[in-house]
Write a protein that binds this ligand. Structure first.
Ligand SMILES: C[S@@+](CC[C@H](N)C(=O)[O-])C[C@H]1O[C@@H](n2cnc3c(N)ncnc32)[C@H](O)[C@@H]1O
Length: 248
């Protein structure tokens, strides 16, 4: 596979998680970001651990099909690894990351990877959707929407979440996060995230969920969402939680 000449935030996360699926251009960008902000590995480990707890709790509720948007690299404690009895469709818009994901999942009959623009559900291949998320629209599913809100403006995010709510069956879950205002104190690091990057205060994010109903845990710093034991002390860079389209 030809090496990309542009870094990807998803592959930078793989680097910070100690993974093996990134390129020199990703390592260079990750190192430059850490030079401007500080060490990132514990922050992204806390975010990935949140994914694990959120996905397991959705699976424990009886859901066995997941659709993942902005999926990045499908390793290091990702959805099919923490919910091994479920079927999972990972999607992204970055062609290099999609090819990487397809290669990693080539031998799996429970998880697949394809193109999907989160802002337009119609871009997800219907054949893949029905294979890996059977009963889409008729049976409760888990939608994983992590690392994406930061790249969508408020109107687009609200519309996208509302369309997802309309598309899923009652009883479905949404796992979501957003970037706090942590980077406001680090202008050089903030500039590296590009002009589309959005930080949000919790009060600004809450109305964007629209009809999705957060669980009683609320939308909180990810390390403090149903922690296993005492949470690691990490900066509150990401907030997240689960929301539902209530059953019935
Ligand atoms: C910060 S990374 C997060 C990756 C992964 N969720 C994780 O936590 O490791 C954001 C990902 O979203 C993808 N992305 C950006 N805009 C998107 C969109 N409109 N629809 C789907 N994916 C998108 C990027 O290509 C990238 O892989």
């Amino acid at each position: 596979m030809a090496e990309p000449d542009q870094p990807s935030t998803a592959r930078m996360i793989d680097y910070w998680l100690g993974g093996e699926h990134h390129y020199p251009v990703d390592v260079a960008a990750a190192s430059a970001f850490e030079g401007a902000y500080g060490p990132c590995a514990t922050i992204f480990r806390a975010l990935r651990d949140f994914l694990g707890r959120a996905v397991r709790s959705i699976a424990d509720a009886g859901v066995d099909g997941f659709l993942v948007f902005g999926a990045g690299v499908p390793t290091r404690g990702n959805v099919h690894e923490v919910a091994p009895d479920a079927t999972v469709l990972y999607t992204d818009v970055d062609p290099v990351t999609i090819r990487l994901g397809q290669r990693l999942l080539a031998d799996s009959d429970r998880a697949g990877y394809g193109y999907g623009d989160a802002t337009d559900i119609g871009t997800v291949d219907p054949a893949q959707l029905h294979r890996f998320v059977p009963g889409w629209g008729r049976r409760p599913v888990g939608v994983v929407f992590l690392g994406l809100a930061a790249f969508l403006d408020d109107d687009t995010l609200a519309r996208t979440l509302d369309e997802l709510y309309e598309a899923v069956a009652p009883g479905s879950f949404l796992a979501i996060d957003f970037d706090s205002e942590e980077l406001a104190a680090y202008p050089e690091a903030l500039a590296m995230m590009g002009p589309a990057f959005r930080m949000r205060a919790p009060a600004r994010f809450a109305p964007l969920l629209g009809r999705w109903q957060p669980t009683a845990d609320g939308i909180v710093p990810v390390a403090r969402w149903r922690p296993d034991g005492t949470p690691e002390p990490v900066p509150d860079a990401f907030y997240g939680g689960l929301a539902t389209r209530p059953a019935g």
